[in-house]
Structure formats: structure tokens, C-alpha cells
Design a protein around this ligand. Structure first.
Ligand code: F6R
Length: 612
């Protein structure tokens, strides 16, 4: 995820770009850059690795001057976060300038093709190829004129596959910005004597409240006083602007009250991004795993902390069930001091969204010292866990700003399960069921969307849960993972005491705690052990503890054993740690909101735990 802002108008554009980027920094902050067309008809580019403030300091006293420009704040996907890979990018003449949010899936083949025609690349990014493509197409059309530049951009867009929002400008066309969108957001701000483009409304609000949303497959051309939208084939599109009524602070969160809710609601898109290009009809496509010699592995140790540890538990169930390899899942802070048996036949899977958790990094070092192979799952490009790992799988869900993990967790589960399925396909330990399993991941974003669409269920329940002093969660198998994560969410954001148990463990002690004042949240979705979960629910009700079940749509029978039911769509069991957790994230939010908690920055927590 990256932030894009651009402006064509009458005023000095650098401050407009920097203010816009400040509002978009939540989208990525590993580098920032601007490009401005100056009075002498050339393009001045300034960019810097690190946060926007670093670029601002660099510009102090030497900001480029001009009225046409673009700016970008980056969340690296292709190429390390450094000065060279920071956007904007240009072709070799420096005339065509591009910023981009998204991933160009066929960039490797396009890069080879362009290199063969003599193009020279400066960065490792997928984005740079687009500047070279546009330059070629524009040259073919004579290299001048707004209409030709627009045609050149359209022709280039037809060559790229993947997700994008692009902004393009050219030193030879002084009053024109071109934007294009396919899956990544792009908004037009309509001003007086100036027009703007941005990834999100907050970047526009200081200049205008009149906005237009560009849809997938559209191209938009902006001059200082005209905005025209086209289809990729050149047909013109009519759209009325709308008036933004949001307050700036709210708008920074895209209209959500908290980043926590925003990130919960983003999960369908985040999962689609995490899975994009990785699930094919016959196989899993995770080229990242090429660095692992699977034949050498006779045991897997999954090591992580907190929510990432919960994702690891789901990974173990999938790996053992499908790939039939023995797996231990360990909390990193325990593992490192527990004399683990780890050697060159061990594959250590390290799960850390931040890539910087101290205990997980210590286990990583231990694995490398002992000659074990290492696979890292992280969301942060270039983070410590990625350095020296044999394989790295990026979550690709964009920055998670809320301190409490949401979309990174659901992506971790999905990707670990994909690793398990990939391995099972290699080992031929899954038969025809592989098609059904692959298909389940294709459907996953829509299933999550359906749950988010019925948030009213949890909003109502939150009023009840808020009355209690404590809550228990239980489940079995994949449902137990959901119970653990649901309990952690509730305590983190609402400070309500919550504990999770494997359902069968309840009667070995914790049942002594139950009374009418402690609700029990049972993960009772369709599974091979549902009957046993229902028996455990009956044991709970016999102690007069209220039961809230998370159950599968259409299961009317469950309502006879629960006081309340949260329904989620039917899905295979392995998706339970994702699908049953989404309503529990929402429930936690509503309880915390009723309690007036600081949901985005809960007390005592930090996004990245870099100390032991
Ligand atoms: C919970 C949460 C933490 C993290 C844990 C590990 O919402 O965010 O439990 O999961 O601190 O962090 P990473 O994944 O960055 O290693």
C-alpha cells in the first residue's frame, strides 16, 4: 500500500504535495518523494528513504518550484526501501514521470522485454517499467501533445497486469496529469483553477471538498481547469462530483472511527491482495519457497508471539493434516530458553507481522546457528526477519496502524495454510480434495466481506457482553485457534478479562469458574467435532453460564443450545481461524467503544515489541 498525491494548477505545488503526503503517511512510510515540473521545462525529483519528515528536512530551502507535480509515500513491495527505489520513477530521459500504488504482476517479463530493446533501469521496482513503456509509446506518437500522451498511457496500461493506481506526467506537456486505476484507489479533487489526484480523500481536503472516485479500468486526464474520465478504450465517462462532508481527522481513517475498525473492514481487500497471484487452479504459486529444500526437512518448528503465535497454531493443523509433516508451535520467548532440538533437518517458520519482534528474532538467530532452514512470514519489507532468511513470504496487506493486529493475522493464517497446501501438493499427500482447498482460498475474501456486512449482529451482542466482568471462549481444532484469538482481541481493546480454552479442557478445571455472570463464547461452526462442541455447550449451560455461539448459517439446531448465535457463512473447517475471528474482532471493537477505551493504542501495548 502506498500513498499518491498530484496537483496541476496555479500555485506552488511542493507544499500541496507535502501536505497531502502527510495525510497519506498511514498508507506507507518507508520512503517518500516528489516530482515537480520547473519553469525551465525539466522535471525536478527529490526523494528519500525513511519517513516523510526526512524528505521535508532535505527540502528545507531547496524545494523545487512549479505548478505541476506529484508525490508518493511508499510501502515497499518490490525492491528494498531505499532512495533509489523510492517513487517517483522516470524513463532514462527523465521526461516521463510515474508514481504507482499496487503490484505489477508481469513486471519481470516486461522488464526483460524493455531491456532487450535497450532500456536501462535504475531501480528494482515494478513501477519503473511503466515509465519506460509510456516513453516508448509516446515517442511512437511523436513525443508531443496531450492527446498523444494520453494515448501512450492507455496503450501502456494494456500491457500491465495486476493492481494499480498510476499518475503520469511528462516534461513536454506542461498542463497535464494522467491518472489510471485498477484495484488501487484513486480520487480526483476538483478545485478552483487547480485539480488534484490522491489515493485517499484526506490528501485533498485542504484544497477542496468536491471529489470524484475513479473506478477500475478508467483513465483520467486533469488540466488546471478540466477533468475528463475515459475508459481504457477511449470512451468518455460522465460522473458527477460529490461533496465530502467528513471531518479531516475522521477522514484520515477513511471515515472510520478507528484504524482498528478500518483495518477489520479492509480485510476482504487485504486478503485479496495477500492471495493475489498465489492461488492457481491446480497449484499454489509461492515462488518465494524456492529457497527451501523440503526434502531435507523432517520436522517444522513454528515460532512466534501473541497473535502471530495463534496464526502459527492454525498453520500446524493445516501442515499436519494436509502435508503430514510433524510440527511444533512455540511461543518465541519460551522456545529460545527451552533447549529446543533444532538442527539442519528442521524448518523454522517465523511469523512476525512487524519483522522486528525481539524474541522471534532471537529464535531466528538460533535456527541459523544450528543450520536449520528458515521461512519468514512478515508484512514489513526489509525488516530484520527478512535478512538472511532462506525464504520470505510477504503478507502484502499494507501498513497496519492500529496497534492490535487484525488484517495481518487473517493474512498470516491464509498464507501459512497456503504453504501447507503447497507442501502437501509437492508430497502428493492431498488427493482430489486439493481443488476444493484451492477454491476455498479464492472464495475467502467474499466470505469475509459477507461477515463484515452483518456487523449489526455483534453490535447488539456487545451491549450484553459489556455488562459482564469476564468472558470465556472455547472451541476445538481450528475453532480453538479462533477462540484464542477472539479472547486476545477482547482483552486487548476492551480490557475485559477473557480466557480461551480447548473445549474439552473446560471440565478439567476452568468449569469451576462458571456462573451466570460469565458468558462463554463457543466456536460452534460446522466441523468434524461439532457434536462434541455442542456437548461442551450443554455442560456450560447446566452451570447457568450464558452461551454465545459462533455458528454456520442455516444451523438452526445450534440455537437450542445457545442464548445467542452469531452466524457466519458455511466454509471448510480450515477457514474457521479467519472467518470466526472476524465477528469476534467486531465484537471486541463494539465492547471497547461502549467502554470508551483507546482502541487504536490500548494501554501498555506497542505495535512492534523490540525488547525481550
Ligand atoms: C495482538 C498483537 C500482538 C502481536 C505480537 C507479535 O493484537 O498485535 O500480540 O501479535 O506482539 O508481533 P509480531 O507479529 O510483529 O511479531
Amino acid at each position: 500500500m502506498c500513498g499518491i498525491v498530484a496537483c496541476v494548477g496555479y500555485r506552488e505545488v511542493t507544499p500541496v504535495l507535502l501536505n497531502g503526503l502527510k495525510r497519506l503517511e498511514y498508507r506507507g512510510y518507508d520512503s517518500a518523494g516528489i516530482a515537480v515540473r520547473t519553469a525551465d521545462g525539466t522535471i525536478a525529483i527529490r526523494k528519500s528513504e525513511g519517513k516523510l519528515s526526512k524528505l521535508v528536512n532535505q527540502l528545507n530551502g531547496s524545494a523545487p518550484r512549479g505548478t505541476l507535480g506529484m508525490g508518493h509515500t511508499r510501502w515497499a513491495t518490490h525492491g528494498a526501501p531505499n532512495d533509489v527505489n523510492a517513487h517517483p520513477h522516470t524513463d532514462e530521459s527523465g521526461r516521463v514521470v510515474v508514481i504507482h500504488n499496487g503490484i505489477i504482476e508481469n513486471y519481470a517479463e516486461l522488464r526483460l522485454e524493455l531491456k532487450a530493446r535497450g532500456h536501462v533501469f535504475q531501480s528494482q521496482t515494478d513501477t519503473e517499467i511503466f515509465a519506460h513503456l509510456v516513453e516508448e509509446e509516446f515517442e511512437k506518437r511523436g513525443g508531443e501533445g496531450a492527446v498523444n500522451l494520453l494515448d501512450a498511457v492507455r496503450a501502456s496500461l494494456k500491457r500491465v497486469r495486476g493492481a494499480y493506481s498510476f499518475v503520469v506526467m511528462d516534461a513536454r506537456v506542461p498542463d497535464l496529469l494522467i491518472g489510471a486505476r485498477h484495484f488501487s484507489p484513486l480520487i480526483v479533487g476538483i478545485g478552483e483553477g487547480e485539480n488534484l489526484l490522491a489515493s485517499d480523500i484526506p490528501a485533498l481536503l485542504e484544497h477542496t471538498r468536491r471529489a470524484l472516485v475513479i473506478e477500475d479500468g478508467e483513465v483520467v486526464a486533469l488540466t488546471s481547469d478540466v477533468v475528463r474520465i475515459y475508459t481504457l478504450d477511449g470512451g468518455s465517462v460522465e460522473r458527477e462530483p460529490f461533496e465530502v462532508t467528513w471531518d479531516v481527522t475522521l477522514a484520515e481513517k477513511g471515515g472510520f472511527a478507528t484504524f482498528f475498525t478500518k483495518e477489520i473492514y479492509e480485510q476482504p481487500a487485504a486478503l485479496a491482495n495477500a492471495l493475489r497471484g498465489r492461488v492457481e487452479p491446480q497449484r499454489v504459486a509461492l515462488p518465494e519457497l524456492a529457497g527451501i529444500d523440503f526434502d531435507r526437512v523432517d520436522r517444522v518448528h513454528i515460532v512466534a508471539c501473541g497473535t502471530s503465535y495463534h496464526a502459527g497454531l492454525a498453520g500446524k493443523l493445516a501442515l499436519e493434516r494436509w502435508a503430514r509433516v510433524p510440527v511444533n508451535v512455540e511461543v518465541a520467548s519460551e522456545y529460545r530458553y527451552a533447549s529446543p532440538v533444532v538442527n539442519e533437518r528442521t524448518l523454522m517458520v517465523l511469523i512476525t507481522q512487524s519483522g522486528e519482534t525481539a524474541d522471534t528474532l532471537a529464535c531466528f538467530r538460533l535456527a541459523r546457528e544450528r543450520g536449520a532452514q528458515t521461512l519468514a512470514l512478515t508484512n514489513v519489507v526489509g525488516s530484520s526477519i527478512t535478512r538472511g532468511a532462506d525464504a520470505v513470504i510477504y503478507l502484502n496487506v499494507g501498513p497496519e496502524i492500529g496497534v492490535v493486529a487484525t488484517k495481518t493475522y487473517t493474512a498470516q493464517v491464509a498464507l501459512l495454510e497456503l504453504v501447507a497446501l503447497d507442501w502437501a501438493i509437492r508430497r502428493e499427500t492431498v488427493g482430489e480434495i486439493k481443488h476444493e482447498l484451492l477454491q476455498s482460498f479464492v472464495r475467502l475474501p467474499d466470505l469475509v466481506q459477507a461477515i463484515i456486512g452483518s456487523d449489526h449482529q455483534t453490535e447488539q451482542l456487545a451491549k450484553q457482553v459489556n455488562r459482564y466482568r469476564s468472558a470465556f471462549f472455547f472451541g476445538r481444532g481450528f475453532g480453538y485457534v479462533a477462540a484464542l484469538e477472539g479472547a486476545l482481541k477482547l482483552k486487548e481493546v476492551s480490557y475485559l478479562h477473557a480466557e480461551a480454552y480447548a473445549a474439552g479442557e473446560l471440565k478439567h478445571g476452568p468449569i469451576a469458574m462458571l456462573d451466570p455472570e460469565i458468558p462463554v463464547i463457543a466456536i460452534a461452526t460446522q466441523s468434524a467435532t461439532l457434536d462434541k462442541v455442542v456437548s461442551n455447550m450443554q455442560e456450560v449451560r447446566a452451570r447457568r453460564a450464558p452461551v454465545i455461539a459462533v455458528a454456520t448459517d442455516g444451523d438452526t439446531f445450534i440455537a437450542e443450545h445457545a442464548d445467542d448465535v452469531i452466524y457466519i457463512p458455511y466454509a471448510p473447517e480450515h477457514l474457521t481461524p479467519i472467518l470466526a475471528v472476524v465477528p469476534l474482532q467486531l465484537l471486541s471493537y463494539h465492547v471497547a467503544a461502549l467502554r470508551g477505551c483507546d482502541i487504536d493504542q490500548p494501554r501498555n501495548l506497542a505495535k512492534s515489541v523490540t525488547v525481550e
